[in-house]
Structure formats: structure tokens, C-alpha cells
Design a protein around this ligand. Structure first.
Ligand code: SAM
Length: 270
């Protein structure tokens, strides 16, 4: 790039991404707080609130035989240590009093998944009698273990920019969602205000690799993360990719957070 950081050839990317996340998994949650000054928590809260998981749904036509509609099945792709999954389940349970909604966290990286499993080892959401949270190892581009039309809500937060073939991952999202199911993505995006953009670039290209070096002992991985944000498509470009995969786009298609430092994109499977 014009910032002189290494560009990773597409063919190397999958292994490289796995390596980056293995080396950051242990310090991952602390690093998120430091890098974003804690703002990622607010974005994640807002993302989940906007999806309102566990909200009552109109019973399907089979409801004459089944008294209650089927519970939500949520697939949190690139779910890492379960930050989004925890919020989804808390929202369903505490806000919508839904104790049946369940989340599958899928991630390509075993180290992230074990950090997630350890985090939820004593959680009521993983109790053997009512397991509402499960962790599976899977690549977003080939979700072999997830059947067609089996998911009500597909979430991906700060994951898709690392996927080698984003169009293919979007087609997989479309395949696994039920008709009427929602694709929702929270990702770093493009800042429109030039002053904010200049300040943000200085922070991300100078401070984040330095924090990575000092806290995680790994400057290189954090340089790579910053560079991947730079390469990710703009809001309208990404919206068009979602439409291209077969989704209907509600409204403008995205919502900017903190001036576009992050954005939420949504699509509905027809
Ligand atoms: N969603 C979590 C959050 O917001 O805290 C974790 C985000 S973390 C920055 C990105 C995650 O994407 C990592 O856990 C990484 O292993 C995962 N990942 C990268 N490429 C993937 C792929 N092709 N399929 C599934 N997960 C992937």
C-alpha cells in the first residue's frame, strides 16, 4: 500500500490470517479495548440492539400444531472468543425474555475457539441441560457443517475483512439463511470526514502497531490488521457485494458508527 506495509498475496492469506489470530488470541480481548479506546464495546452493543435477537416472531403456518414458534438460531461467524454471541444471548434473555434462542459461534481458528470455550466454561449458556451456545471450527467460505436454510440470523463482526474470498462467504451466508433471515455485518469501514480520517489514520498506523508491540509483543500482526482495514471496500461497494450475493438491501444498506470508523451492513434473504 502507499503506507509501505507488506501486502499479503491472496493465496497466502488463509494461513496468514490463522497465524495472526493464533498469535493474538491470548491478548485479544485486552488489545481490542486498547486499540479502540473501549469503543468496540459500544459498537457491539449497538449492533446487537439493532438486531433485537429473541424478539417475538409471527408463528409460522405450522403453528396450529406447534404452540410456540421455533426459537432463533443465530450463527455468529468469525465469532472468536464469543463477544457478539454473549451479547446476543444476553439481549434475547434479558430484554426479550427468550430463553430458547441459541447461538453457534463458528471460527476458523482453534486458539480463538479455545479461548472462547474457556471463557464460557461456567456460563449458564453452555449448561449441559440447555446448551444455547456452541463453538464450532469452520471456514466462513465453506460452511459444510451448516445445512441450507437453517439459520435465522447470521452475524459477522470484525471478521469478513480477513476472508480470502468475501463474495464466496456472502454466498455461503445466503445459502445457510432461511428465507426472511438476516445477514448482519459489523466491520471497520471508511471515514468520510477528512479531519477525522487524518486523525484516525495517524492513530491506526502509528499507535496500533506500537500498542501491539508493547502489549502483545507482536507488532507485525497488528500492522497487518491495520492494513486489512485500509484494503476493505467502502460502504457502498460492500453493500453492492451483499446485493450481488442475492440479498435484498434494506434502506441505504448500512449505518456508519463513529463517523464511519465502523459500519453495520445488513441484507435480507428473499
Ligand atoms: N467477532 C469477534 C469479535 O468481534 O470480537 C472476533 C473478531 S476477530 C477480529 C476475527 C476473527 O475472524 C478471528 O477469530 C479469526 O480467527 C476469524 N476468521 C478469520 N478468517 C476466517 C474465516 N475464513 N472463517 C471463519 N473465521 C475466520
Amino acid at each position: 500500500t502507499h503506507f509501505g506495509f507488506e501486502t499479503v498475496p491472496e493465496s497466502m492469506k488463509e494461513g496468514r490470517v490463522a497465524g495472526v489470530f493464533s498469535s493474538v488470541a491470548s491478548s485479544y480481548d485486552t488489545m481490542n479495548d486498547l486499540m479502540s479506546l473501549g469503543i468496540h464495546r459500544l459498537w457491539k452493543d449497538h449492533f446487537v440492539r439493532s438486531l433485537n435477537p429473541g424478539s417475538p416472531r409471527i408463528p409460522s403456518s405450522s403453528s396450529t400444531t406447534t404452540p410456540e414458534p421455533e426459537p432463533w438460531h443465530i450463527l455468529d461467524i468469525a465469532g472468536g472468543t464469543g463477544d457478539i454471541a454473549l451479547r446476543l444471548l444476553d439481549h434475547a434473555t434479558l430484554i426479550n425474555h427468550d430463553t430458547r434462542a441459541r447461538v453457534t459461534v463458528a471460527d476458523i481458528n482453534p486458539a480463538m475457539l479455545s479461548a472462547g470455550r474457556a471463557r464460557f466454561a461456567t456460563s449458564p449458556y453452555t449448561s449441559a441441560s440447555n446448551p444455547r451456545l456452541t463453538f464450532v471450527e469452520a471456514n466462513a467460505e465453506k460452511l459444510h457443517s451448516i445445512p441450507d436454510a437453517s439459520v435465522d440470523l447470521y452475524t459477522v463482526a470484525f471478521g469478513i475483512r480477513n476472508f480470502t474470498d468475501k463474495a464466496r462467504a456472502l454466498r455461503e451466508a445466503h445459502r445457510v439463511l432461511k428465507p426472511g433471515g438476516v445477514f448482519a455485518c459489523l466491520e471497520f469501514s471508511k471515514v468520510s470526514n477528512p479531519l477525522l480520517d487524518a486523525a484516525y489514520k495517524r492513530w491506526s498506523f502509528a499507535a496500533i502497531p506500537l500498542i501491539g508491540q508493547l502489549v502483545a509483543g507482536d507488532r507485525h500482526s497488528y500492522q497487518y490488521l491495520v492494513e486489512s482495514i485500509e484494503r476493505f471496500p467502502s460502504q457502498p461497494e460492500f453493500r453492492d457485494m451483499i446485493a450481488e450475493a442475492g440479498f435484498l438491501i434494506p434502506g441505504e444498506g448500512w449505518e456508519d458508527l463513529t463517523g464511519g470508523i465502523a459500519a453495520i451492513h445488513k441484507g435480507v434473504k428473499p
